[in-house]
Ligand binder design. Structure first.
Ligand code: FES
Ligand code: MG
Length: 592
């Protein structure tokens, strides 16, 4: 505690104001002064040192405008009496990184933990945007438990093609069908896809980026309204300024992630995810944050707590609008308002504002009920994630808010067997195998088939590829069958409207039931019973299990190998399991 009895002693004093070790203090000071910072600022003023964890770069276009926004964050920090220090975070770009950006979430997490622990920060602004940048940053802040606040970069502006809305990612699935059906050529395909990206910002659909930034806000880690302001809007710069101001106050209030990331906050996030029609990547990312925060949360909690919640947000892929419309209609505060009014949230959960959500969202209704519906007049009832299990896997997730009327009619409305369907399994060993063989006539794929993909989990791919939503063979697409049930141990893009059954855990590479499936097997899915089973005898299952040998996995980089050795399953957040034991680590570096 400081002399005024309120402000906690700043940990940065261990670097810049430690009379017990003048030699080291001088070293710490001289190099930080060499670019113009003064002794007055660093030592005598006693001002908190605030990190700006910069995720933007030319490699990360979704977050690139954070380079400019950082100026407004700095202004806010300065005006509130702090010293800003910006530092780079390992880049993660969803659209560009091979083999998959998911491999880098845990790497960026590790890097952030090292920066926050090993340098002189009293608090940090976490710049977020593209899918994995948000969980990576909050996971790191949870581990070190330093006062932290999220600044989202915001979605791109609405994209338009031929006068209609073109949403990130979602347009790709549609354009692929058009290309497969021969209605457009490759140039038109490219033009359609590029139309969805008209400005700076991340994906403008309710994909993983907007979902996870909304999760950050619902968890209480960002200022109200932060998630959905489009990247180019003036309010984005203003939000950056207020976020910079607020983090300095949070340091003085000693408001740390451990006070915000409580079980109540995670339950709120799950409820919000259903109402948002959020990405299937939310369960693993949010569960990973919970594990690093030391809060018990299971994949089944998503079904238990979230399944009954209705879909309120009319955004692609579950609905028709985009991030700009979502922001204008009130964004996350309007959704939280509806959920709060319906008694579905833990009203006492504290946010970075220091205030409970019950106060924050008491009067933040939607201004456009076509985009954000009221709780009593939703887009869809019971729109949360269903979590399935059986001999194929311990758990897998299905996003029920994107089950189309066509899919429902074909698979779920058989009066003799409602909510259940069977099919003949077609099994692919990863995306390369799928691309080689999907149009192979000898597979005789028809409307009775289910497409399986395996070897694409956190160990298998490595990182877990977004490939489970597979397009049927071109011949079926031309007949109008644009969707078959898809099941796999990988993930799918949050921008996909496919009701795939995914994130299957344990994955096939570590011997999950999916590894024992053979093309031609009958498989039965029962949504009422939440079950998914290969229809073979227990003896046959045991025989296959005994005969199974783990695949030989070849890593191309050292990090791939290290990741494979230490990563857990998607149902547990796909964390580096050993890292989870490092919680609220001692940050004082021995200086009392
Ligand atoms: Fe970065 Fe979608 S690719 S947010
Ligand atoms: Mg993605």
């Amino acid at each position: 505690m400081s002399k005024d009895g309120k402000t906690p002693k700043l940990r940065s004093r261990a670097w810049f104001d430690n009379p017990d070790n003048p030699g080291m203090t001088a070293l710490y000071l001289e190099r930080m002064m060499n670019f113009g910072l003064t002794l007055e600022e660093l030592q005598k003023s006693g001002k908190p040192i605030i990190g700006i964890a910069q995720t933007g770069s030319d490699l990360s276009p979704c977050n690139r405008h954070h380079i400019d926004l950082a100026n407004r964050i700095r202004d806010g920090i300065r005006d509130a009496g702090g010293i800003p220090i910006e530092f780079p975070v390992h880049p993660i770009q969803e659209t560009t990184k091979r083999p998959t950006a998911a491999l880098d979430r845990n790497l960026a997490y590790l890097g952030l933990v090292e920066c926050l622990y090993g340098y002189m920060f009293d608090g940090v602004v976490l710049t977020t945007g593209c899918d994995k940048t948000t969980p990576a940053m909050i996971m790191g802040a949870a581990t070190v438990d330093l006062p932290a606040i999220v600044l989202s970069g915001g979605p791109m502006l609405n994209g338009y093609y031929n006068g209609g809305l073109a949403g990130s990612g979602t347009v790709v699935w549609f354009a692929r069908q058009e290309l497969a059906a021969g209605r457009i050529d490759y140039d038109q395909f490219l033009e359609m896809v590029a139309a969805s990206a008209p400005s700076v910002g991340h994906c403008n659909t309710m994909g993983t980026a907007l979902s996870m930034n909304s999760m950050a806000e619902a968890l209480g880690m960002a200022l109200p309204g932060c998630a959905a302001i489009p990247g180019p809007y003036r309010e984005r710069g203003q939000m950056a300024y207020y976020t910079g101001r607020r983090i300095v106050e949070m340091v003085h209030e000693d408001l740390r992630p451990s006070k915000i990331l409580t079980r109540e906050a995670f339950e709120n996030a799950i409820v919000a995810a259903s109402a948002l029609g959020a990405s299937t990547n939310c369960p693993p990312h949010v569960n990973a944050i919970a594990r690093h925060a030391g809060v018990p949360l299971e994949v089944r909690d998503w079904d238990r707590i979230g399944y009954e919640i209705p879909l309120l947000v009319n955004c692609m892929p579950a609905g028709q609008y985009l991030g700009e419309d979502f922001h204008r209609a009130g964004g996350v505060p309007a959704v939280m308002h509806e959920l709060l009014k319906a008694g579905k949230l833990n009203a006492g959960a504290i946010t970075v504002t220091g205030r409970p959500i019950g106060e924050l969202y008491a009067d933040t209704p939607s201004s456009n009920h076509d985009v954000i519906r009221t709780y009593d007049d939703p887009m869809l009832h019971e729109a949360g994630f269903a979590v399935l299990s059986g001999n194929l896997f311990e758990s897998a997730v299905m996003k029920t808010s994107v089950i189309s009327p066509e899919f429902r009619q074909r698979y779920l409305e058989n009066p003799a067997d409602p909510e259940a369907f069977e099919g003949r399994a077609i099994v692919f060993e990863g995306p390369e195998d799928y691309h080689h063989r999907i149009n192979d006539p000898s597979l005789k794929i028809d409307a009775d088939c289910m497409l399986f993909i395996r070897g694409v989990g956190p160990v298998g791919y490595p990182g877990a590829a977004e490939v489970v939503n597979m397009l049927p063979p071109d011949a079926l697409v031309r007949q109008g069958i644009t969707m078959l049930p898809c099941i796999g141990d990988g993930r799918q893009s949050g921008t996909s409207g496919s009701p795939s059954i995914l994130n299957a855990s344990p994955e096939s590479a570590v011997g999950g039931g999916l590894a024992l499936l053979q093309t031609g097997d009958r498989v039965r899915i029962d949504l009422n019973k939440r079950s998914a089973n290969i229809l073979i005898s227990d003896e046959e299952f045991a025989r296959r299990k005994a005969a199974w040998r783990p695949p030989e996995l070849v890593s191309q980089t050292p990090w791939q190998e290290l990741h494979r050795r230490t990563v857990g399953q998607l149902q547990d957040g796909g964390c580096l399991d050993f890292a989870v034991s490092y919680q609220r680590i001692d940050q004082t570096h021995g200086v009392p």
